[in-house]
Ligand binder design. Sequence first.
Ligand SMILES: *Cc1c(COP(=O)(O)O)cnc(C)c1O
Length: 355
Amino acid sequence: MAVNAPRMRGALDAVPAFEAGLSRFGPVQHRMNFNENHFAPLPSVLDAVRETAAGFNRYPDMFNSTLIEAIAGHFSVMPENVAIGAGGAAVLQQLLLAAVDHGDEVVFPWLSFEAYPILSSVAGARQVRVPLSGVDQDLVAMAEAITDRTRLVFVCNPNNPTSTAVKQDALDSFIDSVPERVLIVLDEAYREFVRAPEVPDGISRYRDRPNVAVLRTFSKAYGLAGLRVAFTVAHPLVARAVRKTALPFGVTRLAERAAVASLRAADELFARVETIVKERERMRGTLREQGWPVARSEANFVWLPLAERSAAFGEACRRKGVFVRVFPDNGVRITVGEDSANDVVLSVAAVFARR
Ligand SMILES: *Cc1c(COP(=O)(O)O)cnc(C)c1O
């Protein structure tokens, strides 16, 4: 059969295929496996989307100038520092396509965001995975993994799925030690949930570093996961390249208007973020009282290092109507959800703690 089929790229063999059915939720009532924001959209943002919906027979603004200017204004950078895409994953892909030629190396921590190996392979890069040290990124080992062939390195701050963040001193020395020709992508998808003062804000701290591109998304704290919009703040030359590798018209007018309305409603949204942070601390406190060694989280999820019991834990939660994200033989990532759903997971954890 394969004889008559067109040849597909060998690099894709290592990429997991999304099979129909995998995303079916069945009787599950709570999705705590995607790090979504469980709050429903803000009325002001929903209104902006509704007003825009009537115009979807038209293409969006090709340059998304309104959103780029709004982001630049909000984060006190120039519009030429900003490039956007249809979600953080799209912007990561644009960054890879902008920096990496076939066979170049991409360095990233592992375990980390699952899109890094997938998007690196799709871009034709060679993956260099640097193991975590416990639950933390090992920036010294990552710096050592950089060779003449390295074009891009991902730092995930805080790290998905282990929830911990690298601190300013370590990040400063890492960035100092990386050659300027290597692009450092500082993935701050969860920046708004960071509370530890020693974790730097990438945009304000590294904006003058030509080889640092900071990734932010509207999917998590801003609650726009379903609309697909995110951005990078980078050197104008990098941002320009990232605009070139974008899919034309990828960011819809609905997403653009929702993002602009969300920046306007930032105070209201951040009150919700604060609620999620408080609930995260309650969950971590309870888990630690149960005896679990749960690391400090700077994101909207907690990491339970269940090792070989991860799958059983996920199944026990699913039977109670809650989906958590299982990393087999490693751990479970639990998104902070509604209080009642969190309580379900905490009660399952209490049972597992006694075993
Ligand atoms: C969620 C996430 C993103 C971006 O996700 P999008 O939904 O594509 O915006 C980027 N990086 C990390 C580490 C994430 O967890």
